[in-house]
Design a protein around this ligand. Structure first.
Ligand code: CMC
Length: 423
């Protein structure tokens, strides 16, 4: 017989069913709201499942990450980013012809309307590229007003291709604007990741080709960042989607959520932290400071992983490949020392704080010649695949309603208005 949770609160007593799945969850929405208010108080939603999802499975204790059942390690070794995007969005790995069509469609939509470049141009030269990305992605809705027809599957798919295709173009344009260079148009001759690098770094060459080892390293980084179930930005996308929004508006919100230093902004913060530490001999002092409440060890800790983040392990290998081509970075030695000390320190061990995906990614991005402001942008481009998958799942899930949590009001009791001259 299925378990149930017996509750007794005020006048209400009842048994709430506990549904079985990867986590055991009880549906508090089963409590009739007319039987006296009973709700859960769960800031940060640490113990709340907001949806059912078939996209990504994480076992944080064991350090497992799987997309549609496939382990992240195998995808990172054998797959491509666009293939993983197909897996996330369509639910299965594509056959050969399906993959060809999928790649064609995603790459076919890489061009953006010229006015989008003007939107980016309108920013100050030193504007953060995430702000330019957020604004330009949100603006796409105005170029494709039919994207608001979210109940039509064909419209949803067309706009999914558009966004998947345009993200690298917009990200590259945000970067080129900040260095005062002309925008580079996408090229049919280059694949998704290599074309992105060309749009970023092409200078006076007619054709710009990257070292294939660096292209593969970025492809692996893209695969590792493609989805991570109900993280902050995906939750933002789902929340905005729940009021009936198009993909561009929803993902614009996701980009905003990702920008924060506790989420996607952490890779930028790691590099800043490593620079501030500056030398190996200052590492113990820095660790002591963190333990005494002076900031956090950025790139460490995770809401879900209470073990080594499986993506961080794959990243270490990608870092080796990139450093082989580009030469090593002295900040890497500081990162390795921080990791060594933290993994053996009672403060971090007892709180199960391990390196997360952001601990090494910033060092790799720097070795690939990206300025640190671009790091979160490099997270946003591949995470778009996950956002699209979740946006679609949210819109087609019959259980879902507009997301509108409750609050526990802690303010004043009702009181009369006080005229200005009496305050
Ligand atoms: N350095 C030092 N102490 C930490 C850290 C850290 N990086 N992370 C957590 N703690 C401590 C925290 O102070 C608390 O200690 P106490 O119990 O004594 O109050 C305990 O560990 C639990 O922390 P929490 O803030 O309640 O945990 P959370 O699940 O709410 O936060 C986190 C998760 C990722 C926001 C947090 O670990 C953090 O701020 N890490 C640094 C930022 C970072 O690397 N973010 C990237 C996350 S992975 C990629 C992504 O999601 O974008």
């Amino acid at each position: 017989m299925a378990d149930s949770l017996h509750i007794s609160a005020g006048e209400y007593t009842g048994d709430l069913p506990i549904s079985e799945g990867t986590i055991r969850a009880t549906g508090l929405s089963a409590v009739p709201t007319d039987r006296g208010p009973l709700t859960s108080y769960d800031p940060g939603f640490v113990n709340t499942a907001a949806c059912r999802s078939a996209i990504t499975y994480i076992d944080g204790e064991a350090g497992i990450l799987e997309h549609r059942g496939y382990p992240i390690e195998e995808l990172a070794e054998h797959s491509t980013f666009l293939e993983v995007a197909h897996l996330l969005i369509k639910g299965e790995l594509p056959t050969g012809p399906e993959l060809e069509e999928w790649n064609y469609q995603a790459n076919r939509h890489r061009l953006v309307h010229e006015n989008v470049y003007e939107i980016i141009q309108a920013f100050r030269y030193d504007a953060h590229p995430m702000a330019k990305l957020m604004a330009s992605v949100a603006s796409l809705m105005t170029f494709y007003p039919s994207s608001r027809r979210i109940s039509d599957p064909a419209t949803r798919e067309l706009n999914a291709f558009r966004l998947l295709g345009k993200m690298p173009t917009l990200a590259a344009a945000a970067f080129r604007h900040s260095i005062g260079r002309h925008f580079v148009y996408p090229s049919d001759e280059l694949g998704y990741v290599e074309n992105f690098l060309a749009m970023l770094f092409q200078s006076q060459q007619r054709v710009w080709r990257a070292d294939p080892r660096l292209v593969r390293a970025l492809e692996v980084l893209f695969i590792l960042h493609a989805d991570h179930e109900q993280n902050c930005s995906t939750t933002a996308v789902r929340t905005v989607a729940s009021s009936g929004n198009d993909l561009y508006t929803s993902c614009g919100a996701g980009i905003g959520a990702l920008f924060g230093p506790l989420h996607g902004g952490a890779n930028e913060a790691v590099l800043k932290m490593l620079r501030e530490i500056g030398s190996l001999d200052r590492v113990p002092e820095f660790i002591e400071g963190v333990k005494n409440g002076k900031g956090r060890l950025m790139g460490f800790g995770h809401r879900v992983y209470k073990n080594y983040d499986p993506r961080a392990k794959v990243l270490k290998k990608a870092a080796d490949d990139v450093f082989e081509v580009r030469g090593t970075n002295p900040l890497l030695d500081i990162a390795v020392e921080l990791e060594k000390i933290a993994l053996n320190d009672e403060y971090f061990v007892s709180r199960k704080l391990y390196p997360n995906v952001d601990f090494y990614s910033g060092l790799i991005y720097e070795a690939l010649s990206f300025p640190s402001e671009m790091f979160t942008v490099l997270f946003a481009v591949p995470r778009t695949a996950g956002w699209i998958a979740h946006w679609q799942e949210q819109l087609t899930d019959p259980d879902q309603r507009i997301i509108r949590p409750k609050q526990i009001y802690t303010g004043h009791e009702r009181r009369p208005y006080v005229p200005l001259d009496q305050r």
